[in-house]
Design a protein around this ligand. Sequence first.
Ligand code: BES
Ligand code: ZN
Length: 401
Amino acid sequence: MKRLIPFAMLLLSPTPVLAGANDPALWITIDSEAVKPVSEAFAREGWAAPTPYLEKHDVTLLPVYESQLERIAQVMHDRFNRCAGFVTYETFQEAMASLTPPDMPAAAELTVPSYTLDSATTVNKLIAVLAESNIRSTINTMSAYTTRYYTSTTGVSSANWLRTHWASLGAGRSDVTVELFNHAAWAQPSVILTIQGTTLPNQVVVVGGHLDSTSSGSTAPGADDNASGIASFTEVIRAAMAVGYRPARTVKFIGYAAEEVGLRGSKEIAAYFKNNGVDVVGVLQLDMTNYPSTRSDVKVGVVTDYTNAAQNTFLRNLITTYVGIKQANSTCGYACSDHASWYNQGFAASIPHEALVPEGNPYIHTVNDTIARSGSTANHALHFAKIAAAFVAELGEGSAP
Ligand code: BES
Ligand code: ZN
């Protein structure tokens, strides 16, 4: 660790020096090579350069203000072709903890589930009722919001729409609840649908993806990033209700707020689960599922960084056994989506991606992230609904009559 200011001073300075009342002071971790261009951009705005607190593994810890996040994202996009490329923390302690992620994935009290495939009947019942048209419809509804940006009114409305839609899918099942997870620091809530487990209710399987969107232009349709992920597992919820699936373990489907601004929604949720001692046995993240690569025949990229190796092997078996499409390992190289929030809290997380990471959708974070760029179908996302259905049934156990 290269200390840029004396360690004693660092302990004495747990918040940025210029904290303002309506503009919360935050911490970000960012590629060290981005510090100079960010400082230059700040100078052009007439802002003081952020003072680096420390540098570790080429990542620098910087104090900034919430109002500066968009400008930083712009620099990352323009200079590094990255779609944010930094992670936001509300406290100095959290930011410091992120620089020493756990090497040992599972905490002692977490259940490590069996990864043996023993629920083929249930998986195949679910897969049989999955329909591309429903996935397409959810993508169209979500991407019709002008933006789902975490501070926007339409960002809030889109989360509320998802809550209402999931509630309608779960209507008539007393073991299914839908709730909002409110975040103190911004308006957009996360949304959680829970199917209470029958025999192992204290063990929890999570399937999630972010519901917010962002864009450099005047609209942020986020059809692929990430209406597609939300739509893929929303169809699994519908299928589970249609076949009367009752899991032995509790299954939670989560639409995360505020991913695009540093994984903020999922960070709070994963910390909440951790702090409350919830036995999360496995987490599946779906982020970008509907843009098939035009460059290679790989249909699924299994991301191997910030994820759990044993669960990734299980995921690859699910894809081979139940979906039968070509897959390969891939890496983001940084904490690119909400799976990293769970990973950083010591939970087993995996993320199957629409392609090898470098071959994914080039239109994300622009006005052109529309379903038209995927041929106006959800054919590719249907593969990911199958993957999520298999994950839920095999880890959730239980049965469908
Ligand atoms: N969907 C992307 C992540 C992604 C992009 C995964 C390309 C795989 C391939 C996500 O919404 C995103 O934009 N993440 C940010 C980082 C986050 C910490 C703000 C990014 O990739 O820059
Ligand atoms: Zn994104």
